[in-house]
Design a protein around this ligand. Structure first.
Ligand SMILES: NC(=O)c1ccc[n+]([C@@H]2O[C@H](COP(=O)([O-])OP(=O)(O)OC[C@H]3O[C@@H](n4cnc5c(N)ncnc54)[C@H](OP(=O)(O)O)[C@@H]3O)[C@@H](O)[C@H]2O)c1
Length: 337
């Protein structure tokens, strides 16, 4: 049988947004344990542009050796077109969403009209949100959940020797840095849902947005360094992470924790130990089961999905250019027609 074709956004080399080309690509099929999803919307995430660039920030020995053409993207919402052998939990016509095959370098292939996803990475789309909102949620929301509430798996932690352990949030003082972004805006809501007092750190324009999501306090980092004004925190979820994350250690109470979501960068472990602060990170993993657990919260609006902007799939390049400008409020989404 001749290979069926679909439209997808492919790259033929590592590079900037200009390497993203909307063109024909082979349509995947569902193997055993997989679901073929007709994609309605794709949520975009930082790993998409890291991979597009060839993970330039990583040491050379960690950089992926991948063959081209490459299809980026992990987060989708769509409708089941077909199921492979052994799939009993979904059937053609079901609306589903999920983060497909993460972490796996280049095998998720979501920027396309169709994606073949392991059934275990999908959940039913909550009826109360549309495909754009559902596609926007998976990676960012799973990251917030796996850092703050439940890891949800027993895989080894590639980023540290120990398993990441969320800490109790009820009645605790939590600061979310990078609060307006994909992970941050869910982090604020999850921490509030679990009973924390939440301080959100973001640039000026995001204050009303973050207070509306439930933030109790707001620090505008363009005017005040958060570590100069925050005090007695039980937990800092630093979605920015990186080299600057150690500055939060002095404002965390003994017995508290610092969770850098972007794990590359120096944390002064000696200072953390002296201060009695646990520093811990993890890498988000696909989980249809956790998305199914989160479905009712999304459905009821107890966790809301903010859309920064959306673009047609064919304009993935423009979406990546938008991402590069920074100051993202919520999520950027590609709409697949
Ligand atoms: N460990 C994992 O498994 C995992 C999973 C997902 C993401 N990540 C990493 O987590 C990071 C965040 O991801 P994301 O999807 O949330 O990114 P994002 O949507 O781009 O959000 C980043 C946010 O940070 C804010 N920001 C920038 N500079 C800031 C500063 N100096 N202080 C406070 N806020 C600042 C930006 O808005 P304003 O500047 O306007 O406030 C923006 O809202 C990325 O590095 C990503 O790679 C890690």
């Amino acid at each position: 049988m001749p290979t069926q074709m679909m439209k997808a956004v492919q790259s033929h080399a590592f590079g900037g947004p200009e390497v993203l080309v909307y063109e024909d690509a082979p349509k995947p099929t569902a193997k055993a344990g997989e679901v073929l999803v007709r994609v309605h919307a794709v949520g975009i995430n930082p790993p998409d542009w890291y991979l597009r660039d060839g993970y330039k920030a990583l040491p050379p020995e960690w950089q992926p050796k991948l063959s081209f053409p490459l299809i980026l993207g992990t987060d989708v919402s769509g409708v089941v077109e077909a199921v492979g052998d052994d799939v009993t939990e979904f059937a053609a016509g079901d609306a589903v969403f999920g983060m497909v095959r993460f972490p796996s370098m280049g095998e998720s292939r979501a920027y396309a009209q169709y994606v073949a996803a392991p059934a275990a990475h999908l959940a039913r789309k909550p009826e109360g949100i549309d495909h754009a909102q559902a596609a926007a949620a998976p990676m960012s929301l799973l990251t917030a959940w796996q850092f703050l509430v439940a890891l949800g798996h027993d895989e080894a932690n590639p980023l540290q020797a120990d398993r990441h352990r969320p800490v109790p949030l009820d009645g605790k003082r939590v600061l979310v840095n990078g609060a307006a972004g994909g992970v941050g805006h869910f982090g604020v809501q999850v921490a509030k849902l679990k009973g924390a007092h939440v301080t959100a750190v973001a640039s000026t324009d995001h204050e009303a947005f973050l207070r509306d999501l439930g933030a109790d306090d707001f620090i505008d980092y363009t005017k005040t360094a958060p570590e100069d004004v925050a005090r007695d925190l039980d937990l800092v979820l630093d979605t920015l992470g990186g080299p600057g994350t150690s500055r939060f250690l002095p404002v965390i109470t003994r017995g508290g924790a610092l969770f850098p979501v972007f794990p590359l960068g120096f944390v002064d472990t000696g200072e953390a130990k002296t201060r009695g602060v646990t520093v811990s990170t993890t890498q988000v993993r696909s989980s249809g089961a956790q998305l199914a657990e989160l479905g009712p919260l999304l459905n009821e609006g107890r966790i809301r999905v903010a859309i920064d902007s959306h673009f047609p799939l064919a304009e993935a390049r423009t979406a990546h250019e938008r991402a590069a400008q920074g100051h993202i409020r919520g999520k950027i989404v590609l709409i697949v027609t």
